[in-house]
Design a protein. Sequence first.
Length: 401
Amino acid sequence: MSATVHTFRAADSTSALAAVKAALGPDAILISTRSVQGGLFRRAEIEVTAASGSAMEEPAAPRAQRSSSGEGQGEDRPPAGSERGARAYSQGARSPLERGRPDDDQLASEVKLLRRSVEETRRALATVTSEARGGRDLQIPPAAAEVHAGLIGRGVEPVLAEELVRQAMQLSASLLPSSLTSTVRDLVGERLVPCRAPWLHGGRHVIALIGPTGVGKTTTLAKIAARALLEAKKRVALLTIDTYRIGACDQLARYGEIMGVPVLVARDRTELLRAYERVKDADLVLVDTAGRSLAEDVVRQADLVRALPRVQLHLVVSAATGALELAAIGERYRALQPDRLLFSKLDEAAGPGAVLSVAVRIGRPVSCVTDGQRVPEDLHALTGSELTDLVLPEQPASKRG
């Protein structure tokens, strides 16, 4: 029997399918589904093309025979030549309308995409709402909540952000955002104190870079050496006790070859002291160390480096590390009593204010920062105001109250 094909249009897919079922019955077979664009005076619609299921079926006799024969051990297999039956068998217990729906239904894909977009928007809104609610939960004035949100947005540890804002409320002349911001900047400036750049020290100087793995100690060492050579005209020597990383010594040796400075490797205290004596004519001796994660390894390596006379330990931390991780690093290295802090990878930091977490725990001045891989261009000695800008930039004059 030839099939009769009908076309239905409705405002949405649910209404269109309801029209199909009402007109052709529950066994209707969907042939195609598409979206019809609207115009100036007409809304977009869903167009469904369908056919009556009974008109496309073979006579019912084979079905009765199949039921009585028990072929396939009770399995409800489709009769030979029945396209609809084959489709139903392959798709399991899906409804007649579902059996006819194409797998690559454009409408279904659009709905999935819309749901995904809504979910992403919901999560982003929840994050923003949570941050905004943080100020209200602290029970502080709106102006203070605004400054608090600014600190959080810069990556500052929540506990430190609250501490700074509450202190500012007590010390500030007014509770205007501009006044609170200025007071918070002053408080941050007390915790991020700059000092003389390591390549500008007078006389003989020994500096060892310590810190976690992956923070860029070797590259930073090369940058300091290049600055000392080019700007301060110092005689520089490089020592390394980093014999753990594969290729670490070779990397430093290549830097030394390019700059024309000696590079010596030491594996223990005796070799380190001997290497130090061999470079006694150098104005600046820079010592590279391995990044260690275990506390006992960190202490052991620091003890080795401190065998050098008047050595300064500069703790290198990545500004791209989160506040909680930097707080943990500060706790881990605080017992070593580093002499200076050095912030690396500022160019990779989404929340550079996180450096405050390690600064308040170590309590030492900041010698310099790095913000790229170029040697030595991406090494800088920042002023106090520039360090404070990492945590809370100064408000433009147009926004000051």
